[in-house]
Write a protein that binds this ligand. Structure first.
Ligand code: ZN
Length: 191
């Protein structure tokens, strides 16, 4: 981050974008850990006061936990790290547009802003299928910003699903979980 502030050529918007990109790179690193574990490659980090306080990667199969999405894992780690069940003012970075379950968790956790990479046309619940952060009745508003390093985030998913579909590969742990979704990010992210 200091690198950015030392650069006189950046205006404010560019600096903010670069900061988002910097943290999205960390989320992408988490997504690769998911991929290496044979899970749908989605990663997340929680940032509070400019510091990463929670990291998570998608792991419902390896954890035998249908709620073990990257966002949930990162939120749990962050809450434990700061010793507070509310992450007021935190920014959560996640490589793929979150699902409805995770959107609910953001409200419970009082996440301030969610920054995501690529849209998830089939299950994304912030902009694609429903705008869950804007539903009435919630006592907390989550700000949403999408499209940060979207190409990198999408490519990781597409490569993963392409390799899964390849007949040369053994059927892995995620087989049979609705991984084919032509035209989508790859989908199956939440199956
Ligand atoms: Zn989710």
């Amino acid at each position: 981050m200091c690198r950015l502030h030392d650069c006189p050529g950046l205006d404010d918007n560019q600096a903010v974008t670069s900061e988002h990109e910097q943290f999205m790179v960390e989320a992408l690193a988490q997504a690769r850990l998911a991929r290496d574990a044979g899970e749908v490659p989605i990663g997340a980090v929680v940032v509070l006061a400019g510091e990463v306080v929670g990291r998570g990667f998608n792991g419902p199969i390896s954890r035998t936990d249908p709620t073990a999405h990257a966002e949930i894992v990162a939120i749990r780690e962050a809450a434990t790290a700061i010793g507070n069940y509310r992450l007021t003012g935190a920014t959560l970075y996640v490589t793929i547009e979150p699902c409805l379950m995770c959107a609910g968790a953001f409200v419970h956790a009082r996440i301030g802003t969610v920054v995501y990479g690529a849209q998830e046309p089939r299950t994304g619940a912030l902009e694609s299928t429903v705008r869950a952060a804007e539903l009435p009745g919630h006592n907390h508003r989550v700000q949403v910003l999408g499209g940060i390093l979207a190409d990198d985030c999408r490519a990781l998913m597409q490569t993963f699903f392409k390799e899964r579909r390849s007949p040369r590969r053994d059927a892995g742990a995620a087989s049979g979980s609705g991984l084919q979704a032509p035209g989508a990010v790859g989908s199956g992210a939440d199956d």
